[in-house]
Structure formats: structure tokens, C-alpha cells
Design a protein around this ligand. Structure first.
Ligand code: PEP
Ligand code: MG
Length: 876
């Protein structure tokens, strides 16, 4: 419900009011209640921000009135007045959303200064230099942040002044110099804006608050929100707080501290401070800050008070705190506290330590680690120093995490060959296709110009745990000439390239990578997550190697084994092609007979790797033309190999051409046209299960999954082939074997008719890649190209291929679950689209009552933790 109180004094709020007051505002209020020395102030709420946008980007009069009333209150509390000639009130104006968005929005300091107040301040502090320095900083900041006058123009004036006065540092300028500079700054403002710099602090304040609201929607904030799952509808609050100064002389100072080490989680106060300085001096690196331990020696009384407050805050919030403090003429103030950001190893250590010390329960600790962070523990990363010194030259989509560095390979064959010779290579392609698989396996990383988050390159790379940057449109790749052009620089096969899959950054240089380290806390913590969660976690894996890797990461089986990936291997592509170009059923069967032993061996390998864990094997899905070459030379060569004429093969390939292959002859439609394929695959699955049972004693219960079903009769048709073939094989072998046949729900019609489909399907697995594609009606391979415009125009906030669209696609899932259960109450339900590894989508699946999620091996720990968090949150 809309609240018509839009402004709260710090003394009126508390920590539970985060949604309304933002994280910073709620914590300032809480600290005030706790009796911690906090410079006082008030918070303009997130609702006021939303109202500002609803009203067409204007602050309503009732909000302004409440701000003015709060100023009077603040004047009373502080005993200072806005614009006073004796005791001027100066404030900082800072953003503060529900979730911290460091540096994304605007801040204005020293607000309230004008020609009179500065004089009063000079007298009051007996430090005119300090007063005029604060004033010139304020004019510059206000002009830049609030009024859009370029900062650079002010910096030029400052530099000219320094040159005239022979000053090396800003600190070398005298009070008189700075006074002169203020006059120049104000003249510049008038020239740029055509009016005088506003001298009324109340006008300054309303303008500054407006600017912070406006900054909620600046491009970097929008991008940050998208990357961190923060909805645009939250808005930001604005905190107006009395200024305290750390630059009033040697008894003043300022610093930042964490209650534990944010890099490794060690339990000691970690921080830095600087005496006689303002926060921005620390940031600008003009002077080197001191480690916090020094403060103990320099001022034991203050340190003692500081340490007590740090402990109070950590105990109160029951989490590691990140705090800003200022000492003003010997008096300590805390300016803010929040749960500190930390690296993944630190997050795990802190969570485990807090449980062991009795501060948190395991369930509470589970919520303290962001599942997405775990990713960074499982992949190589760039060496920190190397990364710091490097400069990105382009940015693509962060398609698969990790870091990779190597020389450029322009084709898959080249990547494979050079990798076999011991070279580290990064495969750079316009886009990848299934034929590139071996080069992709061999490469340290994959970089593509085209394609989105669910493009072939992205999906395959995530599956293998290989770093991938996709859809990097800034690159010009000439595959024929083997050159890569970026910002005018041309790179060749001899040049190094480095890519970072978690950011999408591309570097035209060599950066060292380091192997991942998994500590003991990781295992302890994940054990707790497993005890808590109800949702099972499977993996999408097509090879024994990937399956083993996933099991090491905690997978409880395979939720999707895409059999087509097995068909591209060098030793079988010929037989696959023979099957495709076959003119008669006999010819096709002959080719399939060659594939049968290989396919059976694939499944044996997978069943053995899983050691009795379940595996859902999906029958052939992609359009057949993907297995055939497109370039004339390749067709000629293949025709020769196959004993066909060039014309004949070319005509066959052309005959397979489709305008929209993803909506074409694929999935179960292939088995409808060529039942022999389903027959061969069924035989391979059942024979493999029988053999593994015989050899290893594992009790395998095969799960056969039919893709792309939209109509019950087509599922029934394919299922009948499976049942008939399985029966035949079991008779031949003289064994009885339990097995299940299910389907993917990835076509909207399948979701809508799920009651009919559940009559035949023993399980559903939501293929949310295709389901998203078909529900939105845009291609999963091409959408990335225009979705950018949708983010810019705020039509979508998130990539629906990465984060499940719960409103639309989710609704279809809900319908399918209900209808499916109405016919088959115990139907097994899972998801195997890319969303199965996305935390918010995992939570949705938990709430929907699915039995399992399935995701690529490297996201298994992420899904395990997200599932545990869903359970804890849901219980609450
Ligand atoms: C899907 O569509 O979500 C799915 C898992 O199948 P594929 O990505 O292979 O089309
Ligand atoms: Mg699909």
C-alpha cells in the first residue's frame, strides 16, 4: 500500500525497513537506535523515488514539504542551520537502494555551502583553507552530478591554478588561492548554465535529491541491476546526513573497515584510515592510507571505542560488516554499515565460522552466500595482478565463466591440431556449430562474434566448463584470411588473446591464469545445503567425462543427455551422414547398424560413470542438415568419400534446407519420419543397461526422453516404437528391465495439453530453452542481437533465456504441472533448460514442486545452494 510518509528521520526507522529506507537508510536508523554515534539526518524513501518516476520525473510538492519539515527537525537536533552565519548545517546526499549498488548512483557532499556559510565555517574552524577547499569541491560536485556540467572543465581550472601558483598537489594551494578558484568555478557555472550557482541550501538540496533519483536510471545502474537481479521497480532511497569532517587537522581522520577480512574471511578487523583527510583523498590515492592496527597505537582510546562498535555491529547484524567512519576533532562517528561484500572463499569461511561460533544456525548461514559466487571457485581465474594491469578491448556476453588465455585459432581443426602440439589456444569464430565440437574441447576458451546466451557455443561451453564469451559484436573476424580486427588493431594466429567468461571482457594480450582452489569450508558448507534442500540436482551431460565431473560437483544423476553430441565424433560422422542421405529404409538401417555399437558404448560409458545414479537419455533432436557440410569444397570431398556425385549430394543437402530449422524437422518429428532412428537408439539404451547390469551389477532403470512433443499422438507413435523395440531386446537377452518413457515439455501446446500427454509420459522435463523461444516467439540464437535495445528501453530487464520468465513461461510450466498431476499424480517433474542452473529460476522450480533441476556440471553447486536457499526461504 502506498505510504504517504515519504521522509523518515534516522530516529524513526529501523533495520527491518530496508524496502522503504534502502539498506543504508535502514542501517543508519538501526545504528541510531543502538546508540552508536552516527551523524544525524533523514531518509527520503524508495516510494518517493517511485513516485518521482510515476509523476513524470518530478518531485511532488508533498514530498518537498516533508523534506523541508525534516530539515527543521535536523536543525533542531544538530543545533545548526542551513545557511547560518554562525553555525551552518552542511549535509551529504547519498543514494541507498535495498541492495547495495556500489558506485552506481550519485553522491553530493558539503551541500549547504554558499558565500556566507563558507565564511562562517572558516571562522568556526579557524581554518579558511579547509572551508574554501570544501566549497570548491562542493561547487564542482554539484555542477557535475546535479547540473551536468562536465567535471573536466573544473579540473582544467584547478590545474591552471596549480600551474600559476607553482603547486604540485591540491594541498599546496592556500586559502586565498582556493577562494580565487571558487570565483572562477562560479563564473564557469554561470557561463555553462546561464544562471548563478544556486546559493539557497534548500534549493541545492531538492536539486541534489532529484539528481539521486534520476541516477537510479543511469545506464551503469541499469546494467548493474541486470547483472545482479535487482528489479527496476525497487527505486532508491536518498539519505541526507549531517557532514562530519575528517580533514579538520591532526585529530581528525577517516577510514573504511571490515569486521573480518573480506578477501579470505579471517576473523580480525581489516581496514585502512588516514588522518587529516576526506574519503576522496583515500580513493584518489594521493596519500597512502595506514592499516587499521596503526590506529591502536596512534589513538588507543578511539581505537578501543571503534573496536567495541565494530563488535557490537557484527553481533547485532550477525554478519561481517563493512563500515565507514570519520573522526572529527577527536570524536568518532560511524557513517554507514552494511553486510560486507566478500570473495567466495571468504563467504564460505565466514558462514562456517559463524555457525561454529554459535552466532548462526546452518539454515541462516546458507542464506549468507550468493550461489552465483560459487562459480568462481570452479574455474581458472586470471591472476589478480595480471588482470589489474590489463585493459579490455571489447566486451561480449558472459556466456560461460572462467578465464582463458591463448593464441588465436580461427577454425576448430586448427584449435585441435595446435592444442595437440601443446599450444594453448582460444577458438575465435563468427559462431560455432556442432562440427566445431572437437576444437571447442581442445581450446582453453571460446570467443564468438554472434550468438546469445543459449547459442551453441554458450551451451556447449557451459556444459564443458570452458570459458566462453559469445556475441561479441565489436570484433571483426575474417575466417578466410584468419584475422581478427578489434578497434582498428588486427590480430593473427600468432597473437595472444585473453577472455573472461564471467564479465564478457576481451583482452588483446596475454594474462596469466591460475587454477581453482577448493577449500574444506566449501565441502562443509555444501554438505549443509544438501541436508536442507528438497529439490534434487541433476546435470546436463553427454559424455562419461562430464558426467564424472558433475558427480564430483554433487550431481545426483543426468537430467539431460543430448545424444546428438555423440554423433559428431570423428569416428561416426560418416555413418551419420550415410544415414541422412539414405534413399531407402534399407540403406538407412544399414547406416544405423554401424552407429548402434558406438551408441551402445556411449551409454555404457555414461551408466558406468554414474554408478547407478539415474540418467535421462534424450533421443535425437537437431535438424539433420546440421550434420552436413555447407561449403562446396567440403561437399565435393564428402561426395567422393560416399561414392556419390557432387550434384546428387548437393541436391540432398539443398533438399534439407529449412527457412526456420529450429521450428522445422527436428525432435520427435525425425522419429516420426524415420522410426528406424528411434529403434536404434532404444536398442542401444536397453542393451547398454543390460550389459552394465551384467558386468557391474548396477541396477539401471533407463529413462528415455522424447523431445519436442506438441501432440499426444506423436508421442504415442514414438513411444510405441520404443516399447516394441525394448520388448524385443529384452526377449532376445532373456531379461526383464524396468524403464521409463517420458517427454520434454518445450512446446507451448505440450504444456497446454499436458493432461493428455501425461497419459503416455511417465515424466516431464521442461525444456525451457525451446519453451522460452516458442513462448516469446523469438529465436534463442538471434535474440541477443536485439534484446540489448529492449534492456535500454526498459521493456525487459533480464535475458529470458538466462532467467526464467516466471509470468509467461512459468505459467505454462504451472499449467503443465497441474494438468500432468491430474492424470498421473506421481509424475516425475524436472527442468533441463539452461534455467536449471539459475538461482531465481531454481527457487521458482522449488515452489512449483518439481522433483529436480538439471544443469551443466559447473553449475551443479550453484543449483544445490539455490535449492537449499529456496527451502529455507519457503519455510519461512
Ligand atoms: C531445451 O529446449 O530447453 C532443451 C534442454 O533442449 P535443447 O537445448 O537441446 O533444445
Ligand atoms: Mg529443446
Amino acid at each position: 500500500m502506498a505510504n504517504n510518509k515519504y521522509v523518515y528521520l534516522f530516529s524513526e526507522g529501523n533495520a527491518s525497513m530496508k524496502n522503504l529506507l534502502g539498506g543504508k537508510g535502514a542501517n543508519l536508523a538501526e545504528m541510531t537506535t543502538l546508540g552508536i554515534p552516527v551523524p544525524q539526518g533523514f531518509t527520503v524513501t524508495t516510494e518517493a523515488c517511485n513516485k518521482y518516476y510515476d509523476d513524470g520525473r518530478v518531485i511532488a510538492k508533498e514530498v518537498i514539504d516533508q523534506i523541508n519539515t525534516s530539515i527543521v527537525e535536523l536543525e533542531r537536533i544538530t543545533g545548526k542551520q542551513f545557511g547560518s552565519l554562525e553555525k551552518p548545517l552542511l549535509v551529504s546526499v547519498r543514494s541507498g537502494a535495498r541492495a547495495s549498488m556500489p558506485g552506481m548512483m550519485d553522491t553530493i557532499l558539503n551541500l549547504g555551502l554558499n558565500d556566507e556559510a563558507v565564511e562562517a565555517m572558516a571562522k568556526l574552524t579557524n581554518n579558511p583553507r579547509f572551508a574554501y577547499d570544501s566549497y570548491r569541491r562542493f561547487i564542482q560536485m554539484f555542477s557535475d552530478v546535479v547540473m551536468g556540467v562536465e567535471k573536466r572543465l573544473y579540473e582544467d581550472l584547478l590545474d591552471q591554478m596549480k600551474e600559476r601558483k607553482g603547486a604540485k598537489f591540491d594541498t599546496d594551494l592556500s586559502a586565498e588561492d582556493l577562494k580565487e578558484l571558487v570565483v572562477e568555478f562560479k563564473a564557469l557555472y554561470k557561463k555553462e548554465k546561464g544562471e548563478d550557482f544556486p546559493s539557497d541550501p534548500k534549493i541545492q538540496l531538492i536539486e541534489a535529491i532529484t539528481a539521486v533519483f534520476r541516477s537510479w536510471d543511469n545506464p551503469r545502474a541499469i546494467v548493474y541491476r541486470r547483472l545482479n537481479d535487482i528489479p527496476g521497480s525497487w527505486g532508491t532511497a536518498v539519505n541526507v546526513q549531517e557532514m562530519v569532517f575528517g580533514n579538520k587537522g591532526e585529530t581528525s581522520g577517516t577510514g573504511v573497515a571490515f569486521s573480518r577480512n573480506p578477501a579470505n574471511g579471517e576473523n580480525h578487523i581489516y581496514g585502512e584510515y588516514l588522518m587529516n583527510a576526506q574519503g576522496e583523498d583515500v580513493v584518489a590515492g594521493i596519500r597512502t592510507p595506514q592499516p587499521i592496527a596503526q590506529l591502536k597505537e596512534q589513538n588507543p582510546a578511539i581505537y578501543d571505542q571503534f573496536e567495541k562498535i565494530v563488535n557490537t555491529l557484527e553481533n547485532h547484524y550477525r554478519d561481517m560488516q563493512d563500515m565507514e567512519f570519520t573522526i572529527e576533532e577527536g570524536t568518532l562517528y560511524f557513517l554507514q554499515t552494511r553486510n560486507g561484500k566478500r570473495t567466495a572463499p571468504a563467504a564460505l569461511k565466514i558462514a562456517v565460522d559463524l555457525v561454529e561460533s554459535g552466532m548462526l544456525t546452518k539454515e541462516e548461514a546458507i542464506l549468507k552466500v550468493d550461489p552465483r559466487q560459487l562459480d568462481s571457485l570452479l574455474h581458472p581465474a586470471f591472476d589478480a595482478a595480471g588482470l589489474k594491469a590489463a585493459k579490455p578491448v571489447a566486451k561480449g556476453l558472459p556466456a560461460s565463466p572462467g578465464a582463458a588465455c591463448g593464441k588465436i585459432a580461427f577454425t576448430a581443426e586448427e584449435a585441435k591440431e595446435r592444442a595437440e602440439n601443446g599450444e594453448s589456444v582460444v577458438l575465435v569464430r563468427l559462431e560455432t556449430s556442432p562440427e566445431d565440437i572437437e576444437g571447442m574441447v581442445a581450446a582453453k576458451g571460446i570467443l564468438t562474434v554472434r550468438g546469445g546466451m543459449t547459442s551453441h557455443a554458450a551451451v556447449v561451453a557451459r556444459g564443458m566448463g570452458t570459458c566462453c564469451v559469445a556475441g561479441c559484436g565489436d570484433l571483426k573476424v575474417n575466417e578466410a584470411n584468419k584475422t581478427l580486427e578489434v578497434n582498428g588493431t588486427v590480430l593473427t594466429s600468432n597473437d595472444y588473446i585473453s577472455i573472461e567468461g564471467s564479465t564478457g571482457n576481451v583482452y588483446a594480450e596475454q594474462i596469466k591464469t591460475v587454477a581453482p582452489e577448493i577449500t574444506g569450508h566449501f565441502a562443509t558448507f555444501m554438505g549443509w545445503a544438501d541436508d536442507i534442500r528438497k529439490l534434487k540436482v541433476r546435470t546436463n551431460a553427454d559424455t562419461p567425462r562430464d558426467a564424472k565431473q558433475a558427480v564430483e560437483f554433487g550431481a545426483e544423476g543426468i537430467g539431460l543427455c543430448r545424444t546428438e553430441h555423440m554423433f559428431f565424433a570423428e569416428d561416426r560422422i560418416a555413418a551419420v551422414r550415410e544415414m541422412i542421405v539414405a534413399k531407402t529404409v534399407e540403406q538407412r538401417k544399414k547406416a544405423l547398424e554401424k552407429l548402434l555399437p558406438m551408441q551402445r558404448a556411449d551409454f555404457i560409458g555414461i551408466y558406468e560413470a554414474l554408478e547407478e545414479r539415474p540418467a535421462t537419455i534424450r533421443f535425437l533432436d537437431p535438424p539433420l542438415h546440421e550434420f552436413l557440410p555447407t561449403a562446396e569444397d567440403d561437399i565435393r570431398e564428402l561426395a567422393k568419400e560416399m561414392g556419390l556425385s557432387f550434384e546428387e549430394l548437393k541436391a540432398t543437402i539443398e533438399g534439407l534446407h529449412e527457412f526456420n530449422p529450429m521450428m522445422g524437422h527436428r525432435g520427435c518429428r525425425l522419429a516420426v519420419s524415420y522410426p528406424e532412428i528411434a529403434e536404434m537408439q532404444t536398442r542401444a539404451v536397453i542393451e547398454a543397461a543390460v550389459e552394465v547390469k551384467k558386468n557391474k551389477g548396477y541396477n539401471i532403470v533407463p529413462e528415455i526422453m522424447i523431445p519436442l512433443v506438441g501432440e499426444i499422438k506423436e508421442l504415442k507413435y514414438v513411444k510405441d516404437i520404443v516399447v516394441e523395440t525394448a520388448k524385443k531386446v529384452m526377449e532376445e537377452k532373456g531379461v526383464e528391465l524396468e524403464y521409463h518413457v517420458g517427454t520434454m515439455i518445450e512446446i507451448p501446446r505440450a504444456a497446454l495439453t499436458a493432461d493428455a500427454i501425461a497419459k503416455e509420459a511417465e515424466f516431464f522435463s521442461f525444456g525451457t530453452n525451446d519453451l522460452t523461444q516458442m513462448t516469446f516467439g523469438f529465436s534463442r540464437d538471434d535474440a541477443a542481437k536485439f534484446l540489448k535495445d529492449y534492456y535500454d528501453k526498459k521493456i525487459y530487464e533480464q535475458d529470458p533465456f538466462a532467467k526464467l520468465d516466471q509470468t509467461g513461461v512459468g505459467q505454462l510450466m504451472e499449467i503443465a504441472c497441474q494438468k500432468g498431476k491430474s492424470v498421473r499424480p506421481n509424475i516425475k517433474l524436472g527442468i533441463c533448460g539452461e534455467h536449471g542452473g539459475d538461482p531465481s529460476s531454481v527457487e521458482f522450480c522449488h515452489n512449483l514442486g518439481l522433483n529436480y533441476v538439471s544443469c551443466s556440471p559447473f553449475r551443479v553447486p550453484v543449483a544445490r545452494l539455490a535449492a537449499a536457499q529456496a527451502q529455507v526461504n519457503n519455510k519461512r
